[in-house]
Design a binder for this molecule. Structure first.
Ligand SMILES: [Zn+2]
Length: 216
């Protein structure tokens, strides 16, 4: 027996937020833009994002770019408009790319202490399948030192089922890395922003929140 109501249910993964804020992608009544900090850091963040990923409401990488004045967004996958990533490889910076290859170095304080120049943290956003295309399709990126963070993400609720790509959302990964480069306060401010995004997204979906993350 199928009720007519069941037939109207949207397929899983096809939720569409009505009237979303253009910056945080949440419904306007749940907008978190007032909580986006404005951080000016020595560490540069270069986010490489696929055009398709840019439209996903669960994207968190773009929130990091909004919060960090010393950051830049590079959009891949635009038809007939290949992005030139070489312009991010400024010689004033030590370039490190989040990518869990076999030769990726685990991000630790000991490793960070060996770095002599300000860091350009290159972050391929989206899933690893897309990220691996950055790895192979952009020869200018092939010599960049890879780094990884293998800390366990203990949170019960996630923005996406597949947020295990980094073991965490992109904004969380950036927060943890900046914790090493810039200190605990920067890490906390970005994690707080992530938690607000998660909470409000779950609220927008009508999902009960199992543990309260924030005071917002
Ligand atoms: Zn907003």
């Amino acid at each position: 027996m199928y009720s007519s109501g069941a037939a109207k249910l949207k397929p899983k993964g096809k939720r569409k937020t009505q009237d979303p804020c253009e910056v945080c992608f949440l419904h306007r009544s749940l907008c978190i833009c007032e909580f986006i900090p404005m951080l000016t850091l020595n560490t540069r963040v270069s986010l490489i994002i696929h055009a398709k990923e840019l439209k996903r409401t669960t994207n968190t990488g773009t929130l990091a770019v909004k919060a960090l004045t010393n950051s830049e967004l590079f959009v891949r996958g635009k038809l007939n408009d290949p992005v030139d990533l070489s312009k991010m490889l400024n010689a004033d910076y030590q370039h490190l790319m989040f990518y869990p290859s076999d030769d990726a170095i685990e991000l630790t304080k000991t490793f960070v202490d060996t770095l002599r120049r300000p860091i350009n943290l290159i972050v391929p956003d989206g899933n690893w399948r897309q990220a691996s295309k950055v790895h192979y399709r952009h020869p200018e990126m092939q010599h960049i030192q890879r780094i990884k963070i293998t800390s366990q993400n203990q949170a019960i609720q996630h923005l996406r089922a597949e947020s295990t790509d980094y073991g965490m959302a992109t904004l969380q990964a950036i927060a943890y890395a900046l914790g090493f480069f810039e200190g605990a306060q920067v890490e906390e401010e970005l994690l707080n922003l992530y938690n607000i995004k998660l909470e409000r997204t779950l609220k927008g979906r009508g999902v009960p929140i199992t543990n309260k993350f924030t005071e917002a």
